[in-house]
Design a protein around this ligand. Structure first.
Ligand code: AMP
Ligand code: ZN
Length: 482
C-alpha cells in the first residue's frame, strides 16, 4: 500500500493526471485483448505486461481492481481501418478448422503465455458471447448516427463531437485511410454491422435488423467495456496503434450511445483515462505473423530463455518508449534477473518481517514509490529494488519484506524462481539435465583429485554436446547451453 498519488499519462489529454477513481476505492480497467486467429507475438505480449503492471500498481495503491481483457473471436478484419478479409474466417479456411475451434485454441495459448509472464488472472470475456448486446447497442445508435449500405450498417463519424481527438487527426482521412467502400459519407466511417454477402455464408454469423452477418470489431469493446465495468471506466488501455483508429471509433460509439457531447470532458469518451503502450520493434521483420517463424514467447523458451527474462526486458523500458528486441538484450535481461534471484535466495530462510519500516531502506523505498507513482517508472523502480537488495547489515526478514513489497508490483516472481530455472536451455540440446549434472559431479571429483586431464576431457566432451561449463563465473552460472 502506498499513499503517494498515482500519476498516469492520459493519451486523450496528452497530459499526466492524478488518478482519481470513478468509484471510491475501486479501479476499473479495460484492456483491448487479442484477436485469437493466431499466436500472439512478443510485441502483443508487451501490451499485456504493461496492463498487468498497471493493475498491480493500482492494487499496490490500495484500489480494489476489476480488470477485463476481452477476447476478439469475431469481426476483426485484416486492416484496422476496417477493410480486407475477416481474420478468423481466413485462418479457419487456411487451417481447415472451424473458426470456433481456432478461437478456442489460440485463446488458450494466449492465456498460457499470460501465466508464464506472471500476469495475474483477470476476466476474459469473448466477443461472441456479447453479440446480442452489440445488436441492441446498434439499434439504439442507428437512427441518429448510422446509415445502411449494401455492406451493412455504417457509423457516421461526423455525427459526434470531436471525432478523432484521441488520434489528434487533423482531417477526417485520419491516418491515410483509403475509402474503398462505395457510398461511405466520410472516409473514416466504419462498420457497426457487416452483412454476409448474398449467396455466401460465414461460419460465425447472426441475424440482425441489418441482415444476417457479424458485428464490426470496434463495437465489441464499447459493449463489453460498458456491460462489464460501467461507464465511465477508470482506465482503458491498448497498444499505441489503437490510439489511431480502434479507440477513436470506440469513443465515437460511446458518445453516440450515451448521448455525450464534447471530449473536453474526458469521461464523455467512456473512460476517464486512455493509456497506450509503445511498440516492441525488431529489425529483421520476425515480428510479423505472416513471416513464417515469428517471435512468440514459445520461441524464446525454445531457445532456452525463461519467459520472465522477457518480462524483465519489458520492465527495463518505460511503457511509452519504443523497445527494440534483440537476443543480446534478452540475455542481458536474463542475467539481471538471475542476479536478483541469487540475492533473494540468500534471504530464503528468513521470515518476512511484519513491517518494511527501517531507516536503511528509506531511500530505496522512496525511490521505488516515486518511480512507480510517476506514470509507472519501471526502469527506475528496478534499480530501487537492486538498491534494496544491496543494503548490508540489516535484518533479513525486513529485507525480505521490502523486496516482496516491490516485487508484488513488478511481478518478477523473485521468491519462487530459482537460479536453476534461469539456466539457458534450448529445447534441441542433446543431453538431459540429469545427464549434465552427473557429468559435472564426475568433473568435480576429478578436480578434487587434481586429475586435471580427466576434468578437461569431461569439459570438452560436454562442449561437444553444446554444454558450456562456466567455471568461476561471478554469477555462478553452473553451466550454460551454448
Ligand atoms: P491485436 O491482436 O492485433 O489486436 O493486438 C493485441 C495488442 O497488442 C493490441 O493492444 C496491440 O495494440 C498490441 N500490439 C500489437 N503489436 C505490438 C507491438 N509490436 N508492440 C507492442 N504492442 C503491440
Ligand atoms: Zn478494443
Amino acid at each position: 500500500m502506498s499513499d503517494t498519488p498515482l500519476k498516469l499519462f492520459n493519451s486523450l489529454t496528452r497530459e499526466l493526471e492524478i488518478f482519481e477513481p470513478v468509484h471510491a476505492g475501486q479501479a476499473r480497467v479495460y484492456t483491448c485483448g487479442p484477436t485469437v486467429y493466431n499466436y500472439q507475438h512478443i510485441g502483443n505480449m508487451r501490451a499485456y505486461v504493461f496492463a498487468d503492471t498497471l493493475g498491480r500498481t493500482l492494487s499496490w495503491k490500495g484500489f480494489s481492481l476489476r480488470h477485463v481483457i476481452n477476447i476478439t473471436d469475431v469481426g476483426h478484419l485484416t486492416s484496422d481501418a476496417d477493410e480486407g478479409e475477416d481474420k478468423m474466417e481466413k485462418m479457419a479456411a487456411r487451417e481447415g478448422k472451424s473458426a470456433w475451434d481456432i478461437a478456442r485454441f489460440y485463446q488458450e495459448d494466449f492465456e498460457r503465455d499470460l501465466a508464464r509472464l506472471n500476469n495475474r488472472p483477470v476476466q476474459h470475456p469473448r466477443a461472441t458471447d456479447y453479440v446480442d448486446a452489440m445488436i441492441e447497442w446498434g439499434k439504439k445508435i442507428a437512427p441518429d448516427h448510422c446509415y445502411e449500405l449494401d455492406g451493412g450498417l455504417y457509423f457516421d463519424v461526423s455525427s459526434v463531437a470531436d471525432y478523432g481527438r484521441l488520434a489528434r487527426a487533423v482531417t477526417d482521412d485520419g491516418e491515410g485511410r483509403i475509402d474503398t467502400v462505395e457510398g461511405k459519407r466520410n472516409a473514416a466511417d466504419f462498420a457497426i454491422w457487416r452483412k454476409t454477402p448474398a449467396g455466401e455464408t460465414r461460419q460465425m454469423e447472426w441475424d440482425s435488423p441489418w441482415g444476417r452477418g457479424a458485428p464490426g470489431w470496434h463495437l465489441e469493446c464499447s459493449v463489453m467495456g460498458r456491460n462489464l465495468l460501467g461507464f465511465p471506466l477508470d482506465i482503458h488501455t491498448g497498444g499505441i496503434d489503437h490510439r489511431e483508429i480502434h479507440h477513436p471509433n470506440e469513443i465515437a460509439q460511446n458518445q453516440a450511445f450515451c448521448g455525450c457531447g464534447s471530449l473536453s470532458e474526458a469521461a464523455n469518451s467512456g473512460a476517464k483515462i486512455w493509456m497506450h503502450n509503445n511498440f516492441l520493434v525488431e529489425r529483421s521483420g520476425k515480428m510479423s505473423k505472416s513471416a513464417g517463424e515469428f517471435l512468440r514467447l514459445q520461441l524464446l523458451v525454445d531457445k532456452g530463455y525463461h519467459p520472465l527474462a522477457y518480462r524483465m526486458m519489458c520492465l527495463q523500458a518505460h511503457y511509452r518508449s519504443e523497445l527494440e528486441f534483440s537476443w543480446g538484450g534478452l540475455a542481458a535481461a536474463l542475467t539481471r534477473l538471475k542476479r536478483m534471484v541469487m540475492a533473494v535466495e540468500r534471504l530464503s530462510d528468513a521470515v518476512s518481517a511484519p513491517t518494511i519500516d527501517h531507516a536503511k531502506f528509506a531511500s530505496s523505498l522512496a525511490k521505488f514509490t516515486d518511480a512507480m507513482s510517476d506514470d509507472l517508472g519501471t526502469p527506475v523502480a528496478l534499480t530501487a529494488l537492486e538498491d534494496a537488495l544491496a543494503v548490508k547489515k540489516v535484518d533479513a526478514g525486513i529485507k525480505r519484506a521490502v523486496i516482496e513489497h516491490m516485487d508484488n508490483v513488478l511481478g518478477l516472481d523473485l521468491f519462487d524462481l530459482k537460479r536453476t530455472d534461469l539456466r539457458i536451455r534450448p529445447k534441441d540440446t542433446q543431453m538431459t539435465e540429469a545427464e549434465i549434472e552427473a557429468e559435472l559431479i564426475r568433473r568435480k571429483q576429478a578436480r578434487v583429485a587434481k586429475d586435471f586431464a580427466a576434468s578437461d576431457a569431461i569439459r570438452e566432451s560436454l562442449a561437444a554436446k553444446g554444454v558450456e561449463v562456466m567455471d568461476g563465473d561471478p554469477l555462478g552460472w553452473d553451466w550454460k547451453l551454448g
